[in-house]
Design a protein around this ligand. Structure first.
Ligand code: HEM
Length: 347
């Protein structure tokens, strides 16, 4: 769980004005179920988001607490929405992307080749802004942070609300392509305001991912051997690059493990259960930053207190691991944690 987090506003004017955040644990009011109720939530601005949380976890991420296809797609969607933010376009006064939910407003964005595979999640999330009278950006990025928690092992990401209406359609050609060179991909992350270290933490979300369109002959292959669990096996398995049945390696992920620009930061997440906790914390901070790209955090409200409890990997691994670096998950313990912390969304 977070100790404390540093939150940076990402408008140019405020790029250097970072404010210290409050510990996530303190911001959440843990109830017995691990799911804060409307009564538990202290900030009135956040109370209406409890119902939106339940609509997403219960209706869209069916069987909340498990990593399903809608949850995977929602994590990717949060990157594709925010990742078109560009410091250089902003400096030039040109139309910009950012974490504003434009996917839920512009009918064409999801039809772009780079966004293939997200049509379903976009269709499911699209009615929610009108239904709950909140912005598209708030719905899309709440779905992204909830989706991380829906994958067992996923951390609480500080979650903000209050984004305004979508300013413009995302510019084209700003989402990194897996076949591009590592220097070009890193340049693009830098132009978003994301450092190499943060990018290497974010890429670990491929732990719960599948591919369908890079090579259709291997459609639905995953990027590690445990796609239902938010763990660091993605890093070690991609680095080893041995053939695991049903596992696909993206050229960019293989490149990150080897390239001199990225390998040191990548390797920080190859390790044991304690490394898992480090990664979860760094991932949460980087995802929070991603969800604020192009937004001024000073105008938003921190509603992390509505988030359910994390399912910690250390609580669900087998006890007799034989000293394994990556101990396997005990299915009984996993199920017990899901029942304990996701009860109201289970069907
Ligand atoms: C270098 C940057 C990145 C590249 C080149 C990349 C590329 C890809 C590709 C090609 C896929 C498979 C799409 C398909 O064929 O269905 C994918 C899936 C995915 N990506 Fe990334 N990605 C990048 C960064 C990220 C980031 C920063 C995140 C989130 C923080 C992310 C989250 C995901 C998720 C969750 C999926 C699985 C989607 C699903 O199973 O429906 N990716 N990515």
């Amino acid at each position: 769980m977070h100790r404390s987090t540093v939150i940076c506003s990402l408008t140019i004017a405020a790029l250097f004005s970072c404010v210290a955040g409050v510990a996530t644990l303190e911001k959440r009011q843990a109830s017995d179920s691990g799911i804060p109720t409307v009564d538990d939530v202290t900030n009135p601005v956040c109370k209406p988001f409890v119902a939106i949380r339940d609509a997403i976890m219960g209706d869209i991420f069916h069987a909340g607490g498990r990593c399903n296809d809608n949850a995977r797609a929602a994590i990717r969607l949060s990157f594709h929405d925010a990742g078109t933010f560009s410091l250089s376009l902003e400096a030039a006064g040109e139309d910009n992307g950012g974490a504003d939910g434009s996917f839920l407003v512009d009918p064409d964005e999801v039809l772009r080749t780079e966004n293939n595979g997200m049509q379903n999640i976009v269709a499911l999330l699209k009615p929610l802004p009108e239904r709950f009278n909140v912005s598209a950006g708030d719905v899309l990025h709440l779905a992204g942070t909830l989706a991380v928690l829906a994958c067992p092992g996923g951390p609480v990401v500080n979650t903000y609300v209050g984004r305004g209406p979508v300013k413009n359609v995302n510019p084209h050609n700003l989402i990194p392509d897996t076949h591009d060179t590592i220097p070009n991909i890193i340049d693009r992350f830098n132009d978003m305001g994301i450092s190499v270290r943060e990018a290497m933490a974010l890429i670990g979300s491929h732990t719960c991912a599948r591919q369908r369109f890079v090579d259709q002959a291997f459609a639905n292959d995953t990027f590690d051997t445990t796609p239902e669990i938010w763990d660091i096996r993605f890093y070690s398995e991609t680095k080893r690059n041995e053939s695991d049945p049903g596992v696909f390696r993206l050229p960019s992920d293989l490149g990150f493990a080897q390239n001199s620009l990225t390998k040191d930061d990548y390797n920080r997440f190859v390790g044991s259960l304690s490394t898992q906790e480090d990664w979860a914390r760094e991932y949460a901070d980087a995802h929070e930053k991603m969800s604020l790209l192009g937004q001024d955090v000073k105008t938003l409200t921190d509603c992390t207190e509505i988030m359910p409890e994390t399912i910690h990997l250390r609580d669900i691994t087998v006890t007799s691991s034989g000293g394994a670096v990556d101990p396997a998950v005990d299915p009984g313990k996993l199920e017990a944690e899901i029942q304990r912390t996701r009860s109201i969304w289970l069907q």
